[in-house]
Design a protein around this ligand. Structure first.
Ligand code: FAD
Ligand code: DLZ
Ligand code: SF4
Length: 519
């Protein structure tokens, strides 16, 4: 009997559940480049090239490992350009008698898989994706009946479950669960920042770059230069490089932003993790090994491990826990269209033009840029959560809905009403000034609150607090900010609200069609 095993574009792991324990002689692996996936949002060109190149390299690796692989390229004759269509065509082509597939990482794809049995008339086994540390049923057990979904409690469970940075007595190594208070330094001038490991495109990647330039030329972002890791070997080399060159300073400068320094001490390993080229535990174990050798301090290693077995696993759990409602959440009732400068970078706000510029070049921005510049501005300006979420899904090389959506709708826009974040991640320009070198050369004055030359984040922040007073004033973590607002006199409050309104009136909305093709 022939078993058909579809492997999706973010399932590029030799240890994938659907490949385990299978007789290779009786199986065909199906991989498919399809227009539907490349355009359900109009992904950054670099992201499409990354996924297609990694898929093509993975197909070669599978063949080298003795698998029969049926790889359907985007321009193959007869390509139906959808997962369901390609699975049905391949089932017929190979006379398959059964289908076995790992559950899609996105709700949309997972629902599609439910139709494959009816479409093909074959039994379809949909297997749990066990490349995560926390199986979804265990996450649901953790979440069920809770009033407080704080990530920190989940993270401590994950430390206990994995034994990472735990003593033999079951205590956290270093005597604390969390060393974040040591992780808020701004780098001194003139540091020698490590560049992430990059790789010259081989013939496979060059073929993909030509295809993407030809077929997706109208999508956002720079396609070249392209040097992202696309194989397991390259991903391992990128991991080794990060551990040696950047991990030691990852913690202390984790929240910093420096113009022209796109990566600072961040790993940029999200792309490898989310494609399946690296597993979460092996990445954490490499970091812990560096700590045990004395090559990296505890605040860096604990902070890094927390991002992966804490935030990454938690976001995935919260996504599946709340979908499909999550996608439509809009607790603050925000309706503004996305501003045009998110696509062009054309704004006098230097923090935003830098963040958009590097996003266009690299398909990357680090966490604080995403949260405290790009996300913060959208929330303060009242941009519709679904519009800013689509933007995030388009522009980053690591963006898949299961991780993008809870980060945007939940963490950055407070659109879930405070389930993921206990207070909105909102700030004035003062925070950006403290954590970056953007403000010095900005045309706006970060210290001024109102007027045409004042940093727009300032008036927008107070306007946001005023607009959402009914919902936010009772939040204990917002008490200090409302106390400050209460000390403003009536004229100051009016000036803030007027400055914000004038600024918002001048914001040009984005052209239709950048995120999704116009209908
Ligand atoms: P590092 O700083 O080196 O962190 C190490 C790893 O921890 C990352 O590779 C990532 O796998 C994990 N991680 C860290 N923070 C988070 C988090 N909040 N959620 C999930 N994983 C985390 N991450 C994505 O992978 N895809 C997204 O589409 C995405 N969208 C985001 C949107 C917003 C608004 C925000 C605030 C965050 C988003 N993140 C997303 C989380 C985080 O910003 C990225 O994982 C990180 O910037 C990736 O860069 P890095 O590999 O250099 O991370
Ligand atoms: C993101 C993406 C893109 C751009 N193209 C493809 C593709 O052509 N074929 C494929 O198998 N996967 C692609 N992907 C990733 C899928 O959207 C991904 O499998 C889902 O997000 C998982 O739910
Ligand atoms: Fe951004 Fe305001 Fe600083 Fe300009 S002054 S870079 S707008 S925070």
């Amino acid at each position: 009997m022939t078993l058909l095993i579809p492997v999706l574009g973010d399932q590029l792991s030799m240890t994938l559940a659907s490949l385990r324990g299978v007789d290779r002689a009786r199986a065909v692996v199906l991989m498919m480049e399809v227009w539907d996936e490349a355009t359900y949002v109009r992904h950054h060109k670099k992201k499409i090239a990354l996924i297609f190149s990694a898929m093509r390299h993975f197909a070669e690796a599978l063949r080298g490992d003795g698998w029969t692989v049926d790889y359907v390229t985007l321009d193959a004759g007869g390509n139906s350009q959808s997962f369901a269509g390609e699975v049905a065509r391949a089932a017929e082509r190979h006379g398959a008698e059964a289908i076995r597939v790992v559950a899609g990482g996105e709700y949309r794809v997972r629902r599609d898989q439910d139709d494959w049995a009816a479409r093909t008339g074959l039994p379809v086994e949909i297997m749990e994706d066990d490349r995560f540390v926390c199986p979804l049923p265990d996450f649901y057990d953790w979440a069920r009946g809770r009033r407080d979904y704080r990530m920190e409690w989940f993270y401590r469970d994950m430390r206990r479950r994995t034994g990472l940075l735990m003593t033999a007595q079951g205590k956290p190594v270093g005597g604390q669960w969390n060393f974040d208070k040591d992780n808020r330094e701004t780098p001194p001038r003139g540091l020698n920042y490590p560049a992430p490991e990059r790789f010259a495109p081989d013939a496979i990647t060059q073929g993909v770059l030509a295809l993407v330039a030809d077929r997706f030329g109208g999508h956002f972002g720079d396609l070249e230069p392209f040097g992202l890791p696309v194989t397991r070997e390259q991903a391992l080399a990128a991991l080794d490089h990060f551990i040696a060159a950047a991990l030691p300073d990852f913690g202390r400068y984790q929240d910093a932003m420096i113009a022209g320094q796109d990566y600072l001490y961040h790993s940029s390993l999200s792309l490898c993790l989310n494609l399946g080229l690296l597993g979460p535990l092996e990445v954490c174990e490499a970091a812990v090994a560096a700590y045990e050798k004395g090559a990296a301090p505890i605040n860096a290693v604990e902070g890094f491990v927390r991002q992966i077995i804490g935030w990454r696993e938690y976001m995935r759990g919260m996504y599946w826990w709340d979908m499909p409602k999550f996608a439509a959440r809009n607790a603050l009732g925000a309706t503004r269209p996305l501003p045009q400068f998110y696509w062009t970078g054309d704004t006098d706000m230097r923090c935003l033009s830098e963040a958009v510029g590097q996003t266009r070049r690299e398909a990357y921005a680090h966490h604080i840029q995403r949260l405290m510049i790009l996300g913060n501005f959208a929330m303060l300006a009242g941009v519709a959560p679904q519009a800013i979420s689509d933007w995030f899904l388009v522009v980053y090389f690591d963006a898949y809905e299961w991780v993008e959506l809870p980060n945007v709708i939940g963490m950055s826009q407070f659109a879930d009403g405070g389930i993921i974040a206990s207070k909105p991640y909102a700030s004035t320009g003062a925070y950006i000034d403290r954590m970056s070198d953007y403000c010095g050369r900005c045309r706006y004055d970060v210290k001024a609150k109102t007027g045409p030359d004042a940093c727009p984040f300032n008036a927008l922040y107070w306007d946001f607090l005023a607009r959402h007073e009914r919902r936010l004033r009772g939040n204990p973590r917002m008490r200090g900010m409302y106390a400050t607002w209460d000390r403003f006199d009536a004229a100051q409050r009016t000036a803030c609200r007027d400055s914000a309104a004038t600024f918002l009136d001048g914001l040009a909305p984005a052209d239709q069609g950048w995120s999704k093709a116009p209908t």
